[in-house]
Design a protein around this ligand. Structure first.
Ligand code: FAD
Length: 478
């Protein structure tokens, strides 16, 4: 059992690590050090006086799978069930997703009929892509770009249009550079195990432990595609902070980790601007680059790998318009890179979560996402670009894509530098190298956070939990 555990980084990963450490009841002292003045990291919501909520980071969490259920369990344990806003299966935001190509919004095909007929912008029915997968040979490369994998298994058109757009929506990244094995390990494993992705997904991995709660059952019964919280996703971080305080976690804000030194008892001296802390174990939940700058020289092999994990910058522009002004109803639309590098997509927040609209007269809330892997090339230098330029770009897109000519009644522009890590080719090997090095050399350091094994909120929470379970199972030195 470890003695004092210091968790560095108070985003959702660090908060989840602290949560599971205190819940275990077997760690005498847990200390959380956060570099900024607030906890939550990218979970950041603006609540206005007239009751509207604007998300600057994550806005929709998927309930499905082991990781989705794990988050729902934690939400219930935190007493947040009544705050949950589900998007049920029969809602238009669950059923309708669009692509914007050549001045037109195209609804993505869904259902059996949707894949059997030719639906623009595709030139043949999607069922052909499925047949191709069922007959294609198993890949032999240890890693491959997402674009190359989908082209090989499903055809180039699907990769160029749908997968290009999807990767921009999820990772703000370029599917030609992102690793299939690291970004979509389920697809990689499905092909390796069953030769076909469709067969692999249909037959499943089997044997994953199931979690159960009334919220999980409700999500299943109502076929939720995603959920949020009434006062925004920041509520989750606030509830976790409250839980940690009640359970005696020492929280240091405005305390960036500036160095880590090994101590003779195989622990750590954790260096902060105002002094230092002693720890038997450190869980790092800071971005890979930030960690690479503070690890001691003895961990150079780890630092070398950490430095290679890059992240992209995204501008998030929240807009509110008067009235119900959208020409379509759905979750939102994505824009493939060949159409417009800078414009990743537009989320129709007021459709998925109308409960977060302001009270009184009808309004429409949208979020325009800009940049990602194309930021420097198609938007500009993140250190130079002004909020006015970003706002202009966003409102122009709303006008061109959605035919909305009026001015927004509210606009919030946020520039998130290096906010989404990019798992490029070889990422799996880099993480493997680091995890193995730390284990083989018995270094009392765990690596969690979006830089490593999944960027979704669900992944971050689940991986934090797994790291804590590994640590407690290891019976570390005091
Ligand atoms: P972070 O949130 O980056 O937290 C790291 C923390 O470490 C920060 O608080 C930072 O201040 C702190 N820190 C940094 N350096 C130091 C240091 N030296 N010492 C101490 N502290 C330090 N996911 C979804 O599931 N659904 C979505 O809809 C979704 N949308 C997204 C939209 C945007 C715009 C972004 C940016 C992300 C989105 N994501 C979404 C992804 C998800 O929100 C993030 O991957 C996740 O929140 C990352 O959490 P984290 O704790 O690992 O990292």
């Amino acid at each position: 059992m470890p003695g004092t555990v210091v968790v560095a980084g108070g985003g959702i990963s660090g908060l989840a690590a602290c949560y599971h450490l205190v819940k275990s009841g077997s760690v005498p002292k847990v200390i959380l050090v956060e570099g900024s003045s607030r906890l939550g990291g990218w979970l950041n919501s603006t609540r206005t006086d007239d009751g509207a909520v604007f998300e600057h980071g994550p806005r929709g969490i998927r309930p499905a799978g082991v990781v989705g259920k794990n988050t729902l369990s934690m939400v219930s344990e935190l007493g947040l069930d009544s705050e949950v806003l589900p998007v049920k299966g029969d809602h238009s935001a669950s059923k309708n997703r669009y692509l914007y190509i050549r001045n037109t919004l195209h609804k993505l095909p869904s259902g059996l009929w949707g894949v059997l007929k030719t639906v623009p912008p595709f030139t043949k029915p999607l069922v052909w892509c499925g047949l191709r997968d069922l007959t294609a040979r198993r890949g032999t490369l240890p890693d491959e770009s997402i674009h190359s994998f989908v082209t090989r298994r499903f055809g180039k058109e699907l990769a160029d249009i749908a997968i290009d757009s999807l990767c921009r929506g999820v990772f703000a990244g370029d599917c030609r550079a992102l690793s299939l094995r690291a970004c979509f390990p389920m697809l990689y494993n499905a092909e390796q195990k069953r030769r076909s992705v469709i067969l692999g997904m249909a037959l499943g991995g089997g044997g994953t432990p199931q979690q159960d709660s009334s919220l999980i059952r409700r999500a299943k019964e109502e076929n939720w595609s995603q959920w949020s919280l009434q006062n925004g996703m920041q509520t989750l971080a606030e509830a976790m902070e409250e839980f940690l305080k009640q359970h005696g976690v020492e929280i240091h804000k405005d305390s960036p980790l500036t160095g880590l030194e090994r101590t003779p008892d195989n622990g750590w001296k954790v260096l902060l601007p105002g002094g230092s802390l002693r720890a038997a174990h450190v869980i790092s939940a800071v971005p890979a680059r930030a960690l690479s700058q503070v690890v001691p020289a003895s961990l150079d092999p780890v630092a070398v790998e950490l430095r290679q994990i890059d992240a992209v910058t995204v501008a998030v522009v929240n807009l509110q318009y008067e009235g119900d002004i959208l020409p379509v109803s759905g979750f939102g639309h994505l824009v493939p890179s060949f159409e417009d590098g800078a414009l990743l997509g537009i989320v129709y927040d007021s459709i998925a979560f109308p409960e977060q609209n302001r009270t009184g007269a009808l309004s429409t809330r949208l979020t325009v996402m800009l940049g990602g892997a194309w930021f420097e090339k198609d938007v500009g230098d993140p250190n130079q670009v002004s909020h006015e330029q970003l706002l202009l770009r966003a409102t122009k897109a709303v006008k061109n894509h959605l035919g909305v000519h009026g001015k927004p009644s509210r606009a919030i522009v946020k520039l998130h530098k290096d906010c989404i890590p990019q798992y490029t080719l070889g990422h799996w090997k880099r993480t493997d190298n680091m995890f193995q090095y730390l284990e083989q050399n018995a270094v009392p350091l765990s690596l969690i956070g979006a830089s490593f094994e999944g960027v979704s909120v669900n992944d971050c929470i689940y991986n934090a939990r797994k790291a804590v379970e590994r640590l407690l199972g290891q019976k570390q030195v005091p």
